[in-house]
Design a protein around this ligand. Structure first.
Ligand code: ADP
Length: 426
């Protein structure tokens, strides 16, 4: 603030109501505070004039040279006042000196300062406007973003609703499929228990029929042989040939009947499962088949075989059938038969390899069916491997062959490992 002391003693800015907003200059120490009325600057005797001064200022915009006493630090001072309207309030100056021109200059200066203040206020307002505008733009942008997000949300909700509907349909379909599967399972369970029952009946029937057929067949064979030995000489060649046919036919019928009997016994007359040393089983079979082994000059070898939990009689029958087949279906050279064993998960896999005539792949499955024979020129009833499969099935294992014609055959069967079953149980 640059008022000359000689020119101005008091300079204030009042708002439009006449309340003191700023004391710009005060050389005499008036007792006044910001916010109090302009009238409070002057002493009681001058207050009427102060009100008139303000009223005139409001109406005319500028007033000069009005004398009023102000209450200063020291005494009551007489000042000459001039004022002007700034647009938002009033600038008022007071001086003890007389020259009105000086007062005018001071007022001009004050108005100018005031207009500088106004300018800075305007610039602040402009800045404020800019900020507001930016804020509005930002708000619009934010609103657009919120709108966009909202749209995305709505789309996502729709997608979710669609997926939900799809899931509900799938769930309903699954439930239906589940219900159908349960019905199907019930049907299968009923059918399989029916099959089991009729299978048992059939086995029982096969057992009874073959058992009951054995004796009459044995009698037919015995009596035909008696007839041949006692009366054979008195018969002509044709009659003797017929009798030989009867004996051959009866023998093969007996083989068939005993095969069916053995087959039906696997389930109906099966023995207890105990620890069975497969090395011993092979050695016992070697003794039983000693004659054919010798006559064919066969070489029978084996690895160290495992001990399994099985029906010992059925293990003998299984090994014997496979060994017998290896001898029966031998090739040109002497049979070489080898028993081996490897672990297969929790079971043992036993193999019986020979160097015989081999089996074409199209027969690999069917040879395990009842009465299936590939080579009618060889003796046999077509029951040996069916019995083997029945035995292995009873031991929860499986049996199969790997072979090519002329390359020999390897039969495999699996049997549960007792050690593994114990570990499982633990
Ligand atoms: P079979 O009493 O006729 O020997 P199997 O059920 O034991 O009846 O065998 C079925 C068929 O499988 C046999 O007729 C034979 O053709 C074939 N076969 C079985 N074992 C062997 C083998 N080791 N080598 C070649 N063929 C075999």
């Amino acid at each position: 603030m640059t008022f000359e002391r000689s020119t101005v003693d008091l300079a204030v800015v009042c708002d439009s109501e006449g309340a003191v907003a700023t004391i710009l200059y005060d050389s005499i120490g008036v007792t006044c505070q910001r916010g109090s009325s302009f009238q409070s600057l002057v002493d009681p005797a001058s207050q009427g004039r102060a009100s008139d001064f303000l009223a005139e200022l409001r109406v005319t915009g500028s007033v000069f040279d009005v004398e009023m006493n102000v209450v200063s630090r020291h005494l009551s001072e007489t000042l000459r006042f001039a004022g002007g309207f700034t647009g938002t309030g009033y600038c008022i100056v007071g001086t003890r000196a007389n020259p009105a021109l000086g007062l005018m200059d001071a007022l001009d200066e004050l108005m100018q300062i005031n207009s500088e203040q106004l300018n800075s206020i305007r610039s602040i307002l402009r800045q404020r406007e800019t900020i507001d505008r930016k804020a509005r733009v930002r708000a619009v942008q934010d609103f657009d973003e919120v709108k966009r997000l909202n749209n995305e949300l709505v789309l996502a909700q729709r997608e979710l609703a669609l997926q939900n509907a799809h899931l509900s349909t799938t769930l309903a379909e699954l439930e239906q499929a589940h219900a159908e599967a349960a019905t199907q399972r019930d049907r299968i369970e009923r059918a399989s228990s029916e099959i089991l029952r009729s299978n048992q009946e059939l086995q029982q029937f096969a057992y009874v029929a073959s058992h009951d057929l054995e004796a009459p067949l044995r009698n037919v064979q015995a009596f035909v042989e008696l007839l041949d030995s006692n009366y054979g000489q008195s018969l002509d060649d044709r009659a003797r040939r017929w009798m030989r046919h009867i004996v051959t036919g009866t023998k093969s019928m007996r083989a068939l009947v005993s095969g069916i009997l053995a087959y039906s016994r696997v389930e109906t007359r099966g023995g207890e499962f105990v620890a069975v040393d497969m090395n011993e089983v092979v050695e016992q079979s070697r003794s039983v088949l000693e004659a054919p082994l010798r006559t064919t000059s066969a070489i029978l070898t084996r690895d160290e075989l495992p001990t399994v939990r099985a029906d010992p009689i059925q293990m003998k029958q299984l090994v014997q059938n496979l060994l017998q087949n290896a001898l029966t279906y031998k090739g040109e050279s002497a049979p070489r038969i080898h028993f081996g064993a490897t672990r297969e998960g929790s079971a043992w896999k036993v193999s019986v390899r020979d160097n015989g005539i081999g089996i074409a792949p199209e027969h690999h499955e069917q040879i395990f069916s009842m009465l299936y024979r590939i080579h009618p020129k060889y003796p046999g009833s077509g029951l040996g491997l069916a019995i083997c499969r029945q035995i292995v099935n009873r031991h929860c294992g499986s049996i199969w062959v790997e072979s090519e014609p002329g390359e020999g055959s390897t039969f495999f069967f699996t049997l549960p490992d007792p050690a593994a079953s114990k570990t499982d149980a633990n």
